[in-house]
Design a protein around this ligand. Sequence first.
Ligand SMILES: NC(=O)c1ccc[n+]([C@@H]2O[C@H](COP(=O)([O-])OP(=O)(O)OC[C@H]3O[C@@H](n4cnc5c(N)ncnc54)[C@H](O)[C@@H]3O)[C@@H](O)[C@H]2O)c1
Length: 379
Amino acid sequence: MSQRHALVTGGAGFIGSHLVDTLLARGFDVTVLDCLLPQVHGEAECDAQGWPVYLNPAARRIKGDILDDGVFEGALKGITHLAHLAASVGVGQSMTNIVDYTRNNTMAAAVMLEILSNGNHSVERIAVASSMSIYGEGEYRSARTGQPVVPAARSHQQLESRDWELHSQGEDLEPVPTTEDKLLQPSSIYAVNKRDHEEMFLSVGRALRIPTTALRLFNAYGSRQALSNPYTGVAAIFISRLLNEQPPLVFEDGNQKRDFVHVLDVANAFASVLESERVGWEICNVGSGQAITVCEIAQLLARLLHKNIAPQILNQYRVGDIRHCFADTSRLQRLFGVTPKQDFTTGMSELIDWVQTARRPVDRSLHSMAELQRSRLVI
Ligand SMILES: NC(=O)c1ccc[n+]([C@@H]2O[C@H](COP(=O)([O-])OP(=O)(O)OC[C@H]3O[C@@H](n4cnc5c(N)ncnc54)[C@H](O)[C@@H]3O)[C@@H](O)[C@H]2O)c1
């Protein structure tokens, strides 16, 4: 077998850096292309060139922006496998920085795909990071009949009356695992960007006959997540609050359900998709399949950090948020033989062990909250 060489865009980030480790361990040569966004890397421990110290020294590094077509084209030399993870990642922030997000997430995909379509490359297989956020609400069924129901998004009137759950025609609904066939109803610019970039990669990948898989990631957690970035990663944001002796700020009533998947399970999913011989243009969820409420996460983290601090329930709605969404993970298993392996409690404890060794995070939650309020994005 000729040597496999993977390019990981966003490879200095939280998920990308774990993917780099996994690919190297499986015998790939790996090149990282990352522009080292200050919002992500500003507070992290870096070397003299600005690369995070956790980045695997065996990977080749290119500091550059994927929007710069010359940089991306140069980085593609000798690449057989492309993992595209670089993105601006923040649901709330995307609603105020609309041009930046659309440029970095959607235009960047256009730049990359146009270069791939010119044909001067050796890419055999592509995996791109999509997001559960493109679903909008997850899947539901009637609590009375058990029949599937596709509810309308919660209205302003409903949210203003602090009625947080989904209803349909007077019926209470209960959330069920969300499958890839769910109608896409993105409710933020970030989600619209991720949907567009997923469809762009699948469409051009198919046209160029390069097997391409979009992985719809649920809430990833684990070491190396930027703790001082207030725009993304609910577990990291809560940890930052707790380490600064502040209560985690919880929107709505805290009973909204999410799916927390360990970053090593995400890296394994990417690596397995890239290694697969399957010829296809696929979409797969990457989650744990387990639902946990935001309040439970806040309480668990406080317990693990030995902080006697209860979450602060805001009873407010953040525009773009959905009520419940957790993954049906069966398609990833069926197509690529991948199942989540990491135990949640052990994974969270390991995250806390890492946090104790990382730099003390700066808590910027109130700053991001003030931004949202200024833009009337909190109801
Ligand atoms: N973390 C999650 O829970 C989650 C959930 C769903 C989807 N995703 C997706 O997974 C991917 C990785 O997310 P993450 O949590 O590791 O984010 P991250 O912010 O830790 O990493 C993103 C990396 O991309 C780099 N980057 C951003 N724009 C770039 C550009 N124009 N050129 C080159 N590099 C650039 C950043 O410097 C950073 O190192 C993203 O595409 C994100 O949308 C993440």
